[in-house]
Design a protein around this ligand. Sequence first.
Ligand SMILES: Nc1ncnc2c1ncn2[C@@H]1O[C@H](COP(=O)(O)OP(=O)(O)O)[C@@H](O)[C@H]1O
Ligand SMILES: [Mg+2]
Length: 261
Amino acid sequence: MLRIEKLGRRFGRNTAVSAVSMDIPKGQMVGIIGPSGSGKSTLLRLVSRLIDPTEGRILHADVDVAQLNGRDLRQWRADCAMMAAQFNLVGQLNATTNVLSGLLAGMPHWRTKARIFTPRERAVALQSLDRVGMAHAARQRVAVLSQAGQKRVAIARALAQKPKVLLADDPVAQLDQTQAADVMAALRAINRQDGVTVICALADPQVAKASCDRIIGMRDGRVVFDGTPDQLGRAQLCDIFGRDAGVTFDDASALTMVNAA
Ligand SMILES: Nc1ncnc2c1ncn2[C@@H]1O[C@H](COP(=O)(O)OP(=O)(O)O)[C@@H](O)[C@H]1O
Ligand SMILES: [Mg+2]
């Protein structure tokens, strides 16, 4: 269980995340939706400890993740894989090497410097690529892969970490609907098969509705909706995105829903 308590983060005078509280049971797949600037990325970055909160606590298995440092912090970063929006893949390296770099999160410094991997680690990397249907691309440079292929490699990279929690910041950015559904299905499969808690920030509420157990709507750094996909209707979408925010939807049906409300 991941428990977020009154979490807040200010940047100077700007409050990016404010008084956010939620309990996320192990194995849940959560979609965080909200307009651009509503605090989705900041919330994920707080949970992964890429940035520190200015208020509140993040409890995982009763340990306050926000207080960890040194070795314990490295362990948390290994347990909690972050697929960032730009995916931190290295284009000129092949897919396997990119996936292996995901393993560095939990390693001592000398190993991260040497970048020496054991045959066992290489096997884990290949298995991870295989699970997302990218084994054929193991030796290909990431730069030559399609957008969707690159996202799959990013998922494999997270998967190789064998995380307890997988955070994905806008995993379907720049993909068309079919590719987006594909990437969400890959995340869903990991969530179901491995019991990994998955939290994704998603711009399109329809993508969230189609693939998540639970949806959290954010606006101006606060949670304004927390419920099941079924409970997310027109009125709730308006609360989250505002009446005139229809242009932020890629999906025509979502646009219609907001405009009709
Ligand atoms: N590193 C930062 N420095 C200053 N302001 C930031 C920083 N990161 C985010 N913000 C601000 O915090 C708010 C929330 O941003 P973000 O979490 O990126 O929203 P979202 O991912 O929902 O688009 C925005 O107003 C943004 O400008
Ligand atoms: Mg963002």
